[in-house]
Design a protein around this ligand. Structure first.
Ligand code: TXA
Ligand code: MG
Length: 324
């Protein structure tokens, strides 16, 4: 079982030591817990794929401690730089052209980018940046769950899913945002939304004064979130429910209840006041908790699509998708 350490200053040195030798450390970020390896350490990065049981073609996000650190590896266009300066640290990932790596001291291992000539990169909030700074290398980190399972928003959730397969879990409490980062890519004058996430599209649009492009323009898969079944609980998820069927648990949203809500085998409300930020931060935790009741089906009340509702609806849709 992984060592679980309270994430205070004393945890930084032992975590860095594990990362340096190619080990795996689960780290809290503002979005979800990540499963981190030193991005320059091939064995470490390979260990992420092994622990998650993740298809190797999915590229990973590199997490940096500063814009300076990012510039060792990628080239910023002016729009991307503006976004980084405005929203970093925070739940925004930028896909940027990778610099030639031969002059770099410890280059990003090609497993991180899955051989692409771009790198997905972000600066997370919180103490995890002290670990990255001390390591003096970015960490590659997907969500710290087995592939296809619900992303973890607490150290306990990581321990339950991956505890036997990793070296250490840094316990920083519950994640504030609760859904993964928003991923965008600047292409000339347009900015493409590759994955809705914890930074609302409207906030990005307000900053850049233009609409985000939403359709993927290449055939290549750009995000595993794009694979139909992802974030899957064991229970079936029934979306936009206006009524609770016999035997169903209820994932509620807002002040008004679906018909027969009192008949639900269990129920949790993402946000009784209809606050989408609160709902995002509760989403994965509540899916996990309702799933753990053993319900065969979870009825989900409708959630609006504005602001963080876009990311919430995206994750709900994937959780409800037919399983492979
Ligand atoms: O909030 C988050 O982003 C969390 C925390 C741990 O930082 N991480 C996360 O990582 O969600 P992951 O591996 O579950 O998702 C990474 C996404 C994938 O959808 C992947 O396809 C996309 O980033 N991605 C990575 N590199 C890319 C690239 N070069 N071009 C386009 N998409 C890329
Ligand atoms: Mg994930």
């Amino acid at each position: 079982m992984a060592r679980i350490l309270e994430f205070d200053d004393n945890a930084i040195a032992p975590a860095v030591e594990i990362l340096r030798r190619g080990g795996l450390v689960a780290i809290p970020t503002e979005t979800v817990y990540g499963l981190a390896a030193d991005a320059s350490h091939g064995e470490g990065v390979a260990g992420i794929f092994a622990a998650k049981g993740r298809p190797q073609f999915n590229p990973l996000i590199a997490h940096v401690a500063s814009i300076d650190m990012a510039e060792r590896y990628v080239t910023f266009d002016p729009l991307s730089r503006k976004l980084a300066e405005r929203f970093w640290p925070g739940p925004l990932t930028l896909v940027l052209p990778l610099k030639k790596q031969q002059d770099t001291d410890r280059p990003i291992h090609p497993l991180v980018t899955a051989g692409l000539d771009t790198l997905a990169i972000r600066m997370p909030h919180g103490r995890v940046r002290d670990v990255i700074k001390r390591l003096d290398s970015p960490v590659a980190a997907p969500s710290a769950n087995r592939s296809g399972r619900i992303s973890p928003t607490s150290a306990q959730a990581v321990a339950g899913d991956l505890g036997e397969k990793i070296d250490m879990i840094l316990d920083g409490g519950a994640c504030g945002v609760g859904v993964e980062s928003t991923i965008v890519r600047v292409e000339g004058e347009s900015v493409r939304l590759l994955r809705p996430g914890g930074l609302a599209a409207e906030e990005i649009e307000a900053e850049i004064g233009r609409k985000l492009e939403r359709l993927p323009h290449t055939a290549a898969i750009q995000a595993p979130g794009m694979m139909a079944s992802h974030y899957a609980p064991n229970a079936l998820m029934r979306l936009d429910a206006s009524e609770v069927m016999p035997g169903e648990a209820l994932l509620a949203f807002g002040p008004a209840r679906a018909r027969n809500a009192d008949g639900a085998t269990a129920q949790l409300n993402l946000s009784a006041t209809g606050n989408l930020r609160e709902a995002a931060s509760n989403l994965f935790d509540y899916m996990r908790k309702l799933d753990a009741t053993g319900a065969k089906s979870i009825a989900v009340e409708p959630v609006p699509f504005d602001g963080l509702g876009e990311a919430i609806n995206d994750r709900l849709k994937r959780a409800a998708a037919p399983r492979e």
